[in-house]
Each structure stands twice: as structure tokens, then as C-alpha cells.
Ligand binder design. Structure first.
Ligand SMILES: Nc1ncnc2c1ncn2[C@@H]1O[C@H](COP(=O)(O)OP(=O)(O)O)[C@@H](O)[C@H]1O
Ligand SMILES: [Mg+2]
Length: 440
């Protein structure tokens, strides 16, 4: 009659009547199940806790605590609450049956016992218990598998996000780099043309001046027309003005050449190869590119730049990436000045001078060069200091602030160059970003 999966079942029989016990135990033993016996409620609970039977047959009327109380306690105990309980009750006692079921029993068997009926009911409930345990185990396994799969998917998603972000960053950087390098190239060609022609023109103009002087020397008595025209154009003044214009044009052209060179250094298209570079050149070209953002406006004064450079060796870097680092950090400083001046609405409350200090040097054991970019703007709230290097962390609401600047900076410095970046900030005093790059 019993099924192999639960042929090992253990059944606790609780009854104080020796005759009942004898009948039940005989029937259960014949069916092949193991039997435990208790003759009162307290010891039934003790045994149930200790031996974890698969099923309990429980009498109602017993010395000490009765069957209902025993049932309630078993159901309230987390160790025993899931053991199915069958009440044993007189055939006619409907009230007891109802009460027994309402305290948590799954079924009842009636006295006097019909062996066949007892075995049939016990068998059904063992089977139910076996099946529900199996279901529970399967559910747990399933849940575990779902959790594992969810974790795997979350990780895959995170990896995908990271690699997409990296692709976007790389693409943005290289297309920007190409664009800037392209512009620098386009400027350089006509610039060369203008500079070359200007030199020629200077020679021609000098020749003409010389020629004019010769005329003035040998024809000291010019005609009225010549005198009139010379007066009209103010020859002496014109000669002076031409010389002034020549030097202005020269200064202007030199400036264009410098910007264009900086653009080329900055946007070094060969970002995939490490090179030995002059860090000061990188800092300077980034400063030139940011010059337009340092100009003052109605809200704040110009940003003054102080440089404090030490003699440095060339360091091996990806030039485009290092420029991007300087750009990110300096942009943050400029934006901090903007924010700080905006916050100080009362005149005289803000800082006297928006000062950006770029200094370089060495770390203690001279194994790294250090680059410090420091501002005297509003600083960072202490509770945010841990977050600023996180991806997408930003306190700015403007367009184009993605909260990626410092996370990219950290990645470039620490992962791509085995360096270090740290931030020292004092609220209301300013912020210093220190970058260390290894000397190879
Ligand atoms: N020099 C600085 N002064 C004050 N706060 C700064 C400075 N540099 C960075 N921060 C803070 O760190 C945050 C993250 O910077 P960043 O990663 O460059 O993102 P974003 O500039 O797009 O906000 C900024 O939003 C700002 O709150
Ligand atoms: Mg930024």
C-alpha cells in the first residue's frame, strides 16, 4: 500500500490509552513505517522537536495538556509547524472534529479504529507531505536558479553598458581629435602662405621705401602735384603706420600659429600609441584652448592662471588621453568659479581673484611626476568627496555635464597610465586635483 518514496516514514502516535496504542502500532508496523510513541502532550512536543516525524496521530483527551493545546503548540513552533497532524476522535463527536481541524490538523481518524481506514488516511497524508516537500525543494532550486540567472544577466548588462560607454568615449574622443587635427591642418596651410608672402612683402616695402628716399634725395624740388599728394597722404606718418601694421600682423600671425600648434598637440591623432611627451606643453596647449572660457563676464572676473613648473623629464603617455585629463580637470575648475560666483550674490562676498594654479614636481620617492591643478572656488562638500569619481555623478544641471569627466580622468590616469589621481578639497576654500604619472 505504501509508496517507496515514503516507505521510510516515521510516525508519532500520541495516546494515553494502551489498547488504542496497541491497535495503532500493530497496523502501522504492519505497513512498514517506523513508530514513535508518546503518552501525553508535553512529551509528544519534545519528541516531535527532537525526531521530526513525518506525521503525528494525536489523541484529544489526555492527562496534562489536551490534544488541542498540543496541536496549537506544535503549529506555533517553527521546528514542528509543518508536520501533518491527524486527530483521533470518537465517530460522533462533530464539535471535536471541527475544533481539531481549526487548530491546524489536516484530518481525523475515528474511534473505534478501522485499520484499513487508518492506513488509507495516513498514506494519503504522507503522500501529500512528500509531494509538498518535493515541491518546496523544487521551488527553492528554481528560485536559486532564477537568482543565479538574474545575477548573470545583471553582470552581462553592466558589462555591456561599460563597453558601450567605452565605445562612445573612444569614438567621441577620436572623432573630436580628428576634427581638431583637421582644422589645425587646414589653418596651417593658408597660414604658411600668408607668412611667406608677408616676408616677401616686407622686402618689397623696404625696397620701395629705399626707392622713395632716393627720389627725395635726388629730386629735392618736386612738382606741386607731388607736394600736394604727399601732404594729403602724410608720407612720414604712412611710413610709420606701415611699420606698426607690419608688427601687429606679425604678432597676430604668431598667435594663430601658436593656437594651431596647440590644437595639434592637444588633438594628437595618434592616440593609440604611447609617446615620450613634455607635460608642460600639454598643460599649456590645454590652457590656450580654454582661454576663451577664462575671460570674465558680467558674473565674474577673468580667471587668472599661475604656473609653477619644475624641470621635468619627458614621460611616456598617450598624449591625446593626457590632454583630455587636463581638459576635464581644468573645465571643472572653471565651472567651479562660475558656480561659486553665482552663489555669492552679494557684491564683495566672492573671491578677490579667480585663481587657477598649475604646478608640477615630483612625489616623495621621485618615482612619479606630480601635476596639481588647483582652484580657489567653492570646494566640494565633504560628504560628496567620495562620489566625484563615480560615473555619472554630477552636481551640475547644465547641458553637457554628464558626470563622466572625473571617472574618465581616473580611468586614464590609473588604468591606462598606472598613475594616481586624488582630490583634496576644502569647502569654501577651493579644490586641488593631483595627478601622479610614473617616470619610466
Ligand atoms: N574643481 C572643483 N570644484 C568643485 N567641485 C568639483 C570640482 N571638480 C569636480 N567637482 C565635483 O565633481 C563632480 C563630478 O565632476 P565630473 O566627473 O567632471 O562631472 P561633471 O563636471 O559633468 O559634473 C562635479 O559635478 C562637481 O560637483
Ligand atoms: Mg566635468
Amino acid at each position: 500500500m505504501n509508496t517507496s518514496e515514503f516507505s521510510q516514514a516515521v510516525i508519532l502516535v500520541v495516546d494515553d490509552n494502551p489498547t488504542n496504542l496497541k491497535v495503532l502500532c500493530g497496523a502501522i508496523a504492519a505497513a512498514g513505517w517506523e513508530i514513535l510513541v508518546a503518552t501525553d502532550g508535553e512529551s509528544a512536543i519534545e519528541q516531535a522537536e527532537y525526531a521530526h516525524p513525518d506525521l503525528i496521530l494525536l489523541d484529544i483527551m489526555m492527562p496534562g495538556i489536551d490534544g488541542f493545546e498540543t496541536c496549537q503548540r506544535l503549529k506555533a513552533n517553527p521546528d514542528t509547524h509543518d508536520i501533518p497532524i491527524l486527530f483521533m476522535t470518537a465517530l460522533s463527536d462533530t464539535v471535536d472534529k471541527v475544533r481539531g481541524l481549526s487548530t491546524g490538523a489536516v484530518d481525523y481518524i475515528t474511534k473505534p479504529f478501522q485499520t484499513e481506514e487508518v492506513l488509507a488516511r495516513v498514506n494519503v497524508h504522507l503522500k501529500l507531505r512528500y509531494l509538498s516537500k518535493k515541491l518546496e525543494r523544487q521551488n527553492q532550486e528554481l528560485e536559486l536558479r532564477v537568482q543565479e540567472r538574474t545575477a548573470e544577466l545583471a553582470e552581462a548588462l553592466e558589462n555591456l553598458k561599460q563597453s558601450q560607454l567605452q565605445t562612445v568615449k573612444n569614438e567621441k574622443m577620436s572623432s573630436l581629435g580628428e576634427l581638431v587635427a583637421g582644422i589645425a591642418h587646414e589653418i596651417n596651410n593658408p597660414l604658411g602662405l600668408v607668412i611667406g608672402n608677408l616676408e616677401l612683402m616686407n622686402d618689397y616695402i623696404s625696397d620701395f621705401f629705399e626707392h622713395l628716399q632716393l627720389y627725395q634725395h635726388h629730386y629735392s624740388q618736386p612738382t606741386q602735384d607731388i607736394i600736394k599728394h604727399a601732404k594729403k597722404i602724410d608720407v612720414e606718418q604712412t611710413i610709420e603706420d606701415i611699420n606698426d601694421s607690419k608688427s601687429s600682423i606679425k604678432i597676430g600671425l604668431e598667435r594663430i600659429a601658436k593656437v594651431s600648434n596647440s590644437l595639434r598637440t592637444f588633438a594628437n591623432p595618434d592616440i593609440s600609441r604611447k609617446e615620450y611627451i613634455d607635460i608642460h606643453e600639454c598643460l599649456d596647449s590645454t590652457l590656450i584652448i580654454l582661454k576663451h572660457r577664462m575671460k570674465g563676464n558680467e558674473k565674474r572676473a577673468d580667471v587668472q592662471v599661475r604656473k609653477d613648473y619644475e624641470q621635468l623629464p619627458y614621460v611616456e603617455c598617450y598624449p591625446g588621453e593626457i590632454n583630455q585629463v587636463f581638459m576635464n580637470v581644468m573645465t571643472n575648475a572653471i565651472e567651479a568659479f562660475e558656480q561659486f560666483n553665482e552663489d555669492c550674490t552679494n557684491p564683495g562676498e566672492g573671491i578677490e581673484e579667480n585663481l587657477l594654479t598649475c604646478s608640477t614636481g615630483y612625489n616623495e620617492d621621485m618615482s612619479h611626476i606630480t601635476i596639481s591643478i588647483k582652484d580657489n572656488a567653492g570646494g566640494i562638500k565633504p560628504e560628496l568627496e567620495d562620489k566625484i569619481f563615480e560615473q555619472f555623478f554630477t552636481t551640475k544641471q547644465g547641458n553637457g555635464n554628464t558626470g563622466l569627466g572625473l571617472s574618465i580622468t581616473q580611468e586614464i590616469v590609473e588604468e591606462r597610465h598606472q598613475g594616481k589621481v586624488k582630490c583634496i578639497s576644502q569647502l569654501g576654500e577651493g579644490t586641488e586635483l593631483i595627478i601622479e604619472l610614473p617616470i619610466t
